[in-house]
Design a binder for this molecule. Sequence first.
Ligand SMILES: [Zn+2]
Length: 76
Amino acid sequence: MLSYYLAVTVDVCEHNKLYEHMNEYQIKDSVNLDGEVAKYAKQDIAPIVELYECVGAKKKLIKKYQFKEYECKCNS
Ligand SMILES: [Zn+2]
């Protein structure tokens, strides 16, 4: 069965109670998951990236990555 990882970049602003999915990226290179996720976080300036494992039509959240350096600064 077809299986792949899906990284979903998330825009977060606690100040405005925002938690919004931005873009989805298929990751086929599972050898370097952390590196791929970090690349997309940087590209979208996403403080959170959700990582899903997709098998067939099923999608399961397996990990949430946090990137402090991309957190919004509007609250400070
Ligand atoms: Zn903000």
